[in-house]
Design a protein around this ligand. Sequence first.
Ligand code: GLN
Length: 449
Amino acid sequence: SGYLESAHKTFERIEKSKLNAFITLNKAQALETAQAVDEGKVTGRLAGITVAIKDCITTKGLQTTCGSKILQGYIPPFDAEVVARLRKEGAVITGKANMDEFAMGTSTENSAYGPTRNPWDLTRVPGGSSGGSAAAVAGLESRMSLGTDTGGSVRCPAAFCGVVGIKPTYGLVSRYGVVAYANSLEQVGPIARNVGDAALLLDVIAGGDPKDSTSVAEADKVCYTDYLKEDVKGLTIGVPKEYFSEGMDKKVERAVWDGIQKLAELGADYKEISLPTTKYALSAYYIIAMCEASSNLARFDGLRYGLRTGKDENWHTTFSRIRAEGFGPEVKRRIMLGTYALSEGYYGKYYLKALQIRTLIRNDFANAFKDVDVIAAPTMPTPAFKIGEKADDPLSMYLADVNTLPVNLAGVPSISIPCGFAGKLPIGMQLIGDLFAEPLLIQTAYTFE
Ligand code: GLN
């Protein structure tokens, strides 16, 4: 009992908040669910627990904008599979979390609904693209949240906001009802204040789904919360030298090494390893992601849903006008670059090459995991940067993703956990595992609780 009262308090906090973590609130329905939990009418593993949902994850009857003006007013007639699973377990859905438009970004500044602020320092970004999801959890505006991670978008904001974020193995979680940015890379992932909550949320959302042909049933036979035990004895931790790049912040480097040291004190071994094709990951990722985005975003024409401006003349002017007005600059940049890279004559030069690099990166990880159990590295090369600092320089924004992108290209899982501070700014360390090694990652991460 007491869930209704606590939900009320959460909404009071949200309504007074300076974070701008939400685009749309789900207050009436959330309070109704919390009350039903108090009355014993709703039960489940998440009964009464507040969860924020990234706004690119479809929610029945609740506006879903993807942080874009083009989808303003779009109210989906169905739930994403992950949302259906949350509801079945009695979760109290607080609202739709702010994000970079269509998940394109590393700071949540690319939202048509204004930037989200970092709860540790309001002048700084919360990371992105799931910045609203991480800020809501760190700012006590929801106990847990869902983000999506195409190239770091769960782990980056988790690191910048001092919370835990998991990017699951590709296929572990259904993408049904997740608005696609780059299908071959993305996964929905949990964000929470501790590893226990993250494991519980993963347990609820993971599992095979006939509505997503890329999903696998692997999770159906695993209970992730069974691995909340402190035992790292005999594990070998690999520390990839390529993930400690030159431009990296010294405090981040130190905090991550402190984390590795802690694992060593508890009985793990560590050694330096090399993932030699890491240097090509950024270029390959941005080509693949932009190609997929240019194709996926063709469906947003304003005719089927969302923004409709002025009077219709002919198909071409209506279509172009709506897209010109509805998409922000970063989305337009990516549609154009992706279309270019896929066009005849360039396809082999860019897209095909990027796919070949992707295989090399996957092989790097496969080789590494013959030798080590878990890879430890900084999640981000720096702590949270200032709002506006990189906003006019897309390349420097892309560069911030160097350590997170390879994981998505390889399809492997990774968890970001807090490992220290630079001043008042939290620092995140990521633990990367082989395909479906979530249990081992959760167990290793639990050491830090
Ligand atoms: N920053 C990366 C990008 O903009 C990753 C985003 C994401 O994971 N959705 O593509």
